[in-house]
Design a protein around this ligand. Sequence first.
Ligand SMILES: *[C@@H]1O[C@H](CO)[C@@H](O)[C@H](O)[C@H]1NC(C)=O
Length: 159
Amino acid sequence: MAKVLILIALCVLPSLITAAHDVRKPFVVIGKVYCDTCRCGYETPATTYIPGAMVRVECEDSNSLQVVFNVDNVTDATGTYTITVTEDHEDQLCYATLISSPQSDCTAKAPGRDKSTVILTNFNGVISNIRHANAMGFLKDSALPGCTQLLKQYQEYDE
Ligand SMILES: *[C@@H]1O[C@H](CO)[C@@H](O)[C@H](O)[C@H]1NC(C)=O
């Protein structure tokens, strides 16, 4: 009898836990948008963050690669955006991507830093519904004067 109960518990518990996961939806994608003020391809202490930048979360069908879902939002005063996605996007390729920057001297998308993959489904062991996307950036038209010095310090650090 005890064995049967344990067996039932082992079979039923995982599905209860899965059900609890489902209750945690919607997903919340959070990330930052920066201005690469040193035009160096990464964030530095001189990096600034862009309020009012438009970001889109987009999902492609993994077979046709057609965009089947998208939702936009803008960054707040700290350059942070929050995009709520109400449904599960299992079997789709989802990412956050830059749309536009309101900062007139920082509008070109930084190569390789304008997109960040996000997983909008409940996957192995991940209980949280919050998805932190990698920071994405625009390139400043010209590097700040202090950057040469700053980047030199970085290089010395690496050596
Ligand atoms: C857009 O951002 C605002 C402020 O952070 C938030 O309240 C709102 O829910 C967001 N919209 C979506 C679709 O996530």
